[in-house]
Design a protein around this ligand. Structure first.
Ligand code: AHG
Ligand code: MN
Ligand code: MN
Ligand code: MN
Length: 338
């Protein structure tokens, strides 16, 4: 046990000194996300106790046609307020907002960053006490400071990301992020009220033996995915097959496990979901940035996720992410059978 755990705040400042390009604003932006994560974490941890207040459905639907859980709305409002409270962000886009939200007060118009987020990922799991998460993605705005924020500021390809990260509210709560200099994980210590460095320079194993997919949709999968799943299930000692199937139903939790142990997460296209279910801008791109920074890979089965040019805020994409060798193999089947 190290005698002094480095907190996330200390680490951000330390890294800022090492990378002059990482401006003070980005550090301050990450700190506002850190603060909001603590508040959301507290509410999630007591959801079961005050289920009438923050458990269950809010009775409204989001633009995706999903029933919004009260915690979806709570998390969205907390992160939006935290990002608006400072002066680094000129606008946000969110799974829970129909359109982007411009922070157009006086001291925001010169702000240089936009943030896209999935404030609560895996929200169908809240009422059954299974891990959920938050996903965020940070870009420099394209529009000129002082000018109004535009949709173009949010429709940037993932390769333009300045930073990305997630919070996983699990058996312990962790915040994992990258600013393009590796992936670093911080575990929340409630007794200190701080996120402390616990996983510096996370590297995803190049090969893995865990595959994560909702096999209930099997009959709707493309043939390439069906063939890959059979490959995962065949016996072959040399490649440690059959692999293990693990599906939590929270993207952040399935992704986090694969980052630490190796594995592949697939949400493919299906007959009822021609582009799959996951959203490119605030689920697929941020996790793709993290995966690549940790030595992994993320594609839509054919091309690199982060090179897709977005055309709408809530567009979906088929998603293959995790250990590079596993994604490579899945892409081989997609190329051969599609
Ligand atoms: P969200 O709760 O933000 O809408 O995301 C849910 C996503 C993802 O977290 C999870 O892996 C996937 O939906 C589960 O989808 P299925 O229930 O269709 O498997
Ligand atoms: Mn949702
Ligand atoms: Mn999600
Ligand atoms: Mn969500």
């Amino acid at each position: 046990m190290r005698n002094h755990m480095i907190t996330l705040g200390e680490y951000i400042v330390k890294k800022q000194a090492e990378y002059p390009s990482a401006t003070g604003e980005l550090s301050s932006l990450l700190s506002s996300i850190r603060r909001a994560a603590k508040v959301v974490n507290r509410e999630i941890n007591r959801a079961g106790l005050v289920s009438d207040i923050i458990g269950g459905s809010s009775g409204s639907e989001n633009v995706q046609g999903e029933v919004q859980q009260k915690l979806d709305v709570f998390a969205n409002d907390r992160f939006k307020a935290a990002l608006e409270a400072r002066g680094e962000v000129c606008g946000i886009a969110s799974e829970e907002e129909d359109d982007f939200v411009a922070f157009d007060s006086e001291n925001h118009s010169n702000a240089k960053y936009v943030v896209l987020m999935d404030p609560l990922d895996g929200s169908s799991n809240i009422d059954v006490n299974v891990s959920v998460g938050t996903i965020f993605s940070i870009y420099r705005r394209i529009s000129e400071p002082g000018q109004p924020v535009t949709l173009e500021d949010f429709l940037q390809p993932g390769i333009n990301q300045i930073a990305a990260g997630y919070v996983v509210y699990g058996s312990s709560t962790m915040l994992v992020y990258t600013t393009g200099h590796g992936v670093h994980g911080f575990t929340y210590d409630p007794s200190l009220g701080s996120f402390c460095l616990s996983h510096e320079n996370i590297r995803i194993p190049e090969e893995g033996t865990i595959y994560s997919i909702n096999e209930g949709n099997y009959i709707k999968f493309p043939d390439g995915v069906k063939k890959y799943l059979k490959y995962c299930q065949e016996k072959d000692d040399a490649s440690k097959r059959p692999y293990t199937s693990r599906y939590i139903g929270s993207l952040v939790s399935d992704f986090h496990r694969n980052m630490l142990k190796g594995g592949i997460y697939i949400y493919p296209s299906g007959t009822s979901a021609p582009n799959g279910k996951l959203r490119l801008l605030y689920e697929c791109n941020p996790l793709a940035f993290l995966a690549e920074q940790a030595g992994g890979k993320a594609s839509d089965g054919f091309r690199r996720i982060m090179e897709i040019k977005p055309t709408s805020l809530h567009q979906r994409t088929p998603y293959f992410i995790g250990s590079t060798r596993m994604v490579d193999k899945a892409e081989e089947f997609m190329a051969q059978y599609s």
